[in-house]
Unconditional design. Structure first.
Length: 265
């Protein structure tokens, strides 16, 4: 592969936003890079820590409960311009659940209070109230990167503004809002999703997509990733899909996004 490539990862708020094992996404990135001779430097960026996007090639943030989101909201607002600027310039990233919500335009709590978001995704999240059912369970979605499986557990409902692309279409589970069949969002090279699991260990194609986009942005479009033996990862993926088929009802999709484009091809 020529020169040794280095992938510099900013893991935002790793001690706070790490529910349902989201730290595993960082571990998967490190593992898949190491297997290909790519060095990985992971830097935890916490509350009060400086963030210079020029120091990184990839951004990861996991999920957290409402109290954790409140803990980081003010600090994230201070970093929002830098993060948004990096995303505008094509830096790849992955924001999961609470991170996805806070990387939207705003989160409106059940009492009407508003937490401003970083504005990466043109979405708004609203909490329907403490008596509303949570969107919880195994979930499968169809995306341009293939079938993705995971686990969702969120009270907030996220709604995409016109023109905002979803990450995928729900096959089983609830997705963004349990209404329109959309799941997650994409802005340039930045992905947002509600899927825990951890997500990337059991969805290696998505992990490789993040790695490839980051390396090509840094080293040029000629970069390719040699294939890996994904037998273990594929087995984990298939197990997650089987769990969703046992436990989650099929979704009647009204979202006319990616799945609609698939049908027209």
């Amino acid at each position: 592969m020529g020169e040794t490539m280095i992938l510099r990862v900013a893991h935002l708020y790793p001690e706070v936003m790490n529910i349902y094992g989201d730290r595993g996404n960082t571990i998967a990135i490190r593992h898949r890079c190491k297997a290909r001779g790519v060095e990985v430097e992971v830097t935890g960026v916490g509350v009060g820590d400086p963030f210079d996007p020029d120091d990184f090639d990839l951004i990861l943030i996991g999920g957290g409960q409402d109290r954790e989101q409140q803990r980081i909201a003010e600090d994230l607002a201070a970093k929002a311009d830098a993060i948004k600027g990096a995303a505008d310039q094509g830096m790849p990233g992955l924001a999961v659940c609470g991170g996805f919500q806070l990387f939207g335009q705003r989160y409106i709590d059940h009492d009407g209070s508003v937490i401003p978001g970083a504005g990466i995704f043109d979405v708004e999240t609203r909490h329907p109230g403490p008596r509303a059912d949570r969107c919880i369970g195994d979930i499968v979605i169809i995306t341009e990167f293939g079938e993705i499986a995971g686990f969702e557990n969120h009270g907030g409902r996220t709604y995409l503004e016109p023109g905002q692309e979803a990450l995928g279409t729900v096959v089983r589970g609830r997705g963004n809002n349990a209404e329109d069949g959309s799941e997650g969002a994409i802005y340039q090279n930045f992905f947002g999703t509600y899927l825990h699991g951890s997500l990337l260990p059991k969805n290696p194609r998505l992990a490789d997509e993040l790695i490839l986009r980051a390396l090509r942005r840094k080293y040029g479009q000629a970069v390719e990733l040699p294939p890996l033996d994904d037998a273990v990862e594929s087995a984990a993926h298939d197990s997650a899909v089987a769990a969703a088929e046992r436990r989650s009802a099929p979704t009647v999709t009204r979202w006319n996004g990616f799945a609609g484009r698939l049908r027209r091809r």
